[in-house]
Design a binder for this molecule. Structure first.
Ligand SMILES: Nc1ncnc2c1ncn2[C@@H]1O[C@H](COP(=O)(O)OP(=O)(O)OP(=O)(O)O)[C@@H](O)[C@H]1O
Ligand SMILES: [Mg+2]
Length: 217
């Protein structure tokens, strides 16, 4: 049995990773390819807890009142969720010959925990070490979107606020994502200009997947 491909979509909040994971699923299914979509935080037990933390429903007591867990606690939870996700969902599908599309992966951990880690260079090294056993994707597609456009899209989408919904943080994240490959030497990472129309972005995403599959583009 030929293993499926493991493809990740990444970018800041509102970059369009969920939109384009779904469109890529539709596009690949139309070609008859078995595909499974998933996301991080995952739908497993640790991922569900992370979603509650992100929504501000789980807090820890602090000196100045309740607050979300520290960036280092978040880094550990994200890494634990990721390894559970790989073992329980990603690898079993790949072994069944199913292509797996993940809406975010460990690039998000490196980006978000680096930026929230207050610029401590050790933070990045430590987060990468925590994720050392996370299976490498065959392809990572980073949707580059300026922070102003991502912010407008988040407002239009109208979901509740999350703990990382902060303008300054999102500006730093957008900058971090521009050359995120420097943290993943050896990975196949491509950037797509996500500020264009949904159709244009989807066509570019598909082009990169076709190249990965060795199809003519
Ligand atoms: N290329 C695009 N042009 C215009 N609007 C877009 C584009 N891509 C996505 N959108 C819209 O922007 C909003 C955010 O997109 P989406 O939910 O896919 O972002 P996301 O990256 O998954 O965000 P988050 O990381 O917060 O989940 C949605 O309303 C979506 O329809
Ligand atoms: Mg999303």
């Amino acid at each position: 049995m030929i293993e499926g491909l493991f493809i990740v979509l990444e970018g800041v909040d509102g970059a369009g990773t969920t939109t384009h994971t779904k469109l890529l699923l539709d596009g690949l299914r139309q070609r008859g390819l078995p595909v499974h979509t998933t996301r991080e935080p995952s739908d497993g037990p640790i991922g569900n807890m992370l979603r509650q933390i992100l929504a501000g429903r789980v807090v820890v007591p602090g000196i100045r009142g309740p607050r979300p867990p520290s960036w280092s606690t978040m880094a550990l939870l994200f890494a634990a969720d990721r390894l559970d996700h790989v073992e329980a969902e990603i690898v079993p599908n790949l072994l069944d010959g199913v292509t797996v599309l993940s809406d975010r992966y460990d690039h998000s951990s490196v980006a978000y925990q680096s930026v929230t880690g207050g610029g401590d260079p050790d933070a990045v090294v430590w987060v990468k070490e925590l994720n050392r056993h996370a299976r490498r994707p065959d392809l990572t597609i980073v949707l580059d979107v300026p922070p102003e456009i991502a912010a407008q899209r988040r407002i239009q989408r109208g979901r509740g606020r999350e703990i990382y919904d902060d303008e300054d943080l999102q500006v730093q994240l957008a900058k971090f994502y521009l050359d995120i490959e420097r943290h993943f030497p050896g990975d196949r990472i491509v950037h797509v200009d996500g500020s264009r129309s949904v159709q244009e972005v989807a066509a570019d995403v598909m082009k990169h997947v076709r190249t990965l599959r060795g199809e003519p583009v």
